[in-house]
Design a protein around this ligand. Structure first.
Ligand code: MTE
Ligand code: MO
Length: 383
């Protein structure tokens, strides 16, 4: 593989792996704004960043179990109605390092910042599919198509040098309300190479692995994508499964991510001034489920208080309201008196009353995905 043409990156990023490039911003930078700046947005790759430079000749083909294959240029895609969707992209491996501290897992280590919240601009996949003769809300094509596979141009060693790929159900892809985008803009700017230039998929509310970057073609298929990242990775196994007894096809590929939150104003072990401090962080759930509550404890979980939640600064967040962005994270903040040498905990509750699990032990899995356990940090007073 050739890593001699990697794009420039922000020096603030914490690099978890160099080749392929995997990096996340520092905690406090992550929550300094509701919209994550592009240069601070986490970067998760499985191979070198491809160069797609002949935009005039760039085409996305839609083929497979459809009446007619079509080939769309960037101009064709930009001709469709443009939508802006603010959505949090979260890697299923977010917080993996904390899981591997309990028992070793396989995968790139991540702190709590393998996610970001951006405004993605592009065409709705449901509009694009309509151009290929698939009506809105269609769950199965007349040719038996039930899944929509996205194939990239990049080359990954896990795919034996082949392209990264993933699929989502057609019922989601063809549903305008699911807000699945073929995005060419991020935060109002042309998508940069690291994030999928010229075109990527954004599947709101679903683990980042399904939001394929550097889109090459779309296949309408009968079964879910058989690629490595759908079948041999990004599946949630119980704690009893190890590398000797794993049977991959006993589990479905992970799609929605569960309710998650993390404190970003403090490191896992931190020193603070005596008295009142501000505790802040993010909370997010998958499937468009809003955040009902964020509970904070400063005594290791005996007493809990509720943090303030917001998306726009100064405007209280109301889940499932027209004032809220349903696919976006919620930031939280609370001022509390903290005693010397205490454990601070944050846990979120989503609109479906799903709560984060108390311990990482109970959700440990060999690939180290979906560590959504209560986020705990320890603080001491400066002496
Ligand atoms: N798409 C391609 N083509 N190649 C990849 O390696 N990584 C996936 C997804 N799409 C990946 C990809 C994973 S695992 C995640 S979490 C997100 O992209 C990360 O997107 P970002 O780098 O824009 O933050
Ligand atoms: Mo990921």
């Amino acid at each position: 593989s050739d890593y001699t043409h990697e794009p420039p990156r922000h020096p603030c990023l914490r690099i978890n792996a160099k080749e392929p490039f995997n990096a996340e911003p520092p905690r406090d930078a992550l929550i300094s704004s509701f919209i994550t700046p592009v240069d601070l947005f986490f970067k998760r790759n499985h191979g070198p960043i491809p160069i797609v430079d002949d935009i005039e000749r760039y085409r996305v083909s839609i083929r497979g179990l459809v009446k007619n294959s079509i080939h769309l240029s960037m101009a064709d895609i930009k001709n469709l109605p443009k939508y802006s969707v603010t959505a949090t992209l979260q890697c299923a491996g977010n917080r993996r390092t904390a899981m591997s501290n309990i028992r070793t897992v396989r995968g790139v280590g991540w702190d709590v910042s393998a996610l970001g919240n951006a405004t993605w601009g592009g065409a709705k996949l449901s509009d694009v599919l309509e151009l290929a003769g698939i009506p809105k809300l269609m769950g199965v094509t007349s040719y038996g198509g039930k899944h929509v596979e996205f194939v990239s141009v990049d080359r990954c060693k896990e795919e034996e040098g082949g392209p990264y790929k993933a699929s989502i159900p057609l019922s989601q892809a063809a549903n305008p309300a699911a807000d699945v985008l073929l995005a060419y803009e991020m935060n109002g700017e042309v998508l940069i190479r690291d994030h999928g230039y010229p075109l990527r998929v954004i599947v709101p509310g679903v683990i980042g692995a399904r939001s394929v970057k550097w889109l090459d073609n779309i296949n309408i298929i009968a079964e879910e994508c058989q690629g490595f990242f759908m079948q041999k990775d990004y599946k949630m196994f119980p704690p009893s499964v190890n590398w000797d007894n794993i049977i991959w096809d006993t589990r479905k590929p992970q799609m929605d991510f569960p309710v998650q939150c993390a404190i970003c104003s403090l490191e896992d072990v931190d020193v603070v001034k005596q008295g009142k401090i501000t505790i802040s962080g993010y909370a997010v759930s998958g499937g468009g489920r809003g955040i009902e509550r964020v509970d904070i404890s400063v005594d290791g979980g005996k007493i809990w208080l509720e943090a303030n939640r917001y998306q726009k600064p100064g405007v209280p967040y109301i889940p499932d309201d027209i004032t809220s962005e349903k696919w976006a994270w919620v930031l939280f903040k609370v001022d509390v008196e903290v005693a010397n040498n205490s454990e601070i905990i944050a846990k979120a509750v989503d609109m479906a009353a799903n709560v984060q699990p108390e311990n990482v032990e109970s959700i440990w899995n060999l690939r180290g995905i979906l560590n959504t356990s209560w986020h705990r940090v320890r603080v001491q007073n400066a002496s």
